[in-house]
Design a protein around this ligand. Structure first.
Ligand code: HXC
Length: 257
């Protein structure tokens, strides 16, 4: 299988996937989403892979869902295609997933990192849910996973203002397991992934499943609710305006409609 938007490598028992759309700061378009999920599923099925590591570039893990691709979507297109539901396949994987984040992890990028089981950060990492500035809200699980990870106070503030949170604050808040100097991030993440991959795969799978269980009860309900609302935002004028303003590099003029 050949991929255009990701780099896929087997490193010992670790499957490493590097997001690779540098011209768009690894914005998550549908091609990247499909390639990433397909590659991760292949690693998940393989007995030669005991952990999956997802990383980006030094500047960006991922700057979000691809705004240019999304901008003109209608409510019906979003609803009928169950827009973003492909990501559910990633969270259904049973092999431990590790995210190694340097630079921007914004919007869908932050949500992708939070779909992973362990989140490791470079000291340069910046996390945020800036969707509100585009006239929408998180649509890949962010409103639920960020709140579970850092608590209501910080999640509400971040989702309503769109501000970014640095690596140290993210570690203090419980979003991030460990921080490393940017130049050492991938190497250190690979060491942690290799340790996990050296364990019994079925036991690691069950361990992941049981820890996730504690974290996820009723998450499904929250995500379902989020997705319905998210789709409906493509029926608003402010979504069209927010995304057009980004693409045209000008401030958004919301009409609250
Ligand atoms: C499409 C994107 C993009 C994105 C960056 N680019 N983010 N394209 N979708 N999410 C593109 C830019 O348009 C630009 O392309 C190139 O990548 C480099 O970005 P710059 O903005 O020039 O870089 P910089 O000045 O360093 O600023 C970095 C940045 C900024 C702060 C991360 O790019 C930014 O604010 N990006 C959007 C972040 C965001 O809003 N993410 C949430 C998306 S919505 P050109 O062609 O101009 O060189 C989302 C949630 C999903 O993810 C559910 C709700 C929608």
């Amino acid at each position: 299988m050949s991929y255009e938007t990701i780099i896929v490598e087997q490193k010992g028992r670790v499957g490493q996937i590097t997001l690779n759309r540098p011209q768009a700061l690894n914005a998550l378009n549908s091609q990247l989403m499909n390639e990433l999920v397909t590659a991760a599923e292949a690693f998940d099925r393989s007995n030669e892979t005991g952990a999956i590591l997802i990383t980006g570039s030094a500047k960006a893990f991922a700057a979000g869902a691809d705004i240019k691709e999304m901008q003109s979507k209608t409510y019906m297109e979003a609803y009928l295609s169950d827009f973003f539901s492909t990501w559910d396949r990633l969270t259904a994987l049973r092999t431990p997933l590790i995210a190694a984040v340097a630079g921007f992890a914004l919007g869908g990028g932050c949500e992708l990192a939070m779909m992973c089981d362990i989140l490791l950060a470079a000291d340069t990492a910046k996390f945020g849910q800036p969707e509100i500035k585009l006239g929408v809200m998180p649509g890949m699980g962010g409103s639920q996973r960020l709140t579970r990870a850092v608590g209501k106070a910080k999640a509400m503030e971040m989702c309503l203002t769109g501000r970014m949170m640095g690596a140290e604050e993210a570690e203090r808040a419980g979003l991030v397991a460990r921080i490393f100097p940017a130049t050492e991030l991938v190497e250190e993440a690979l060491k942690i992934a290799t340790t996990i991959a050296s364990m019994s795969k079925p036991i690691a799978m069950m361990t992941k499943e049981t820890v996730s269980r504690a974290f996820e009860s009723s998450l499904r309900e929250g995500i379902f609710f989020e997705r319905r609302l998210f789709h409906s935002q493509f029926a608003t004028n402010d979504q069209k305006e927010g995304m057009a303003a980004f693409v045209e590099k000008r401030p958004a003029n919301f009409t609250h409609s």
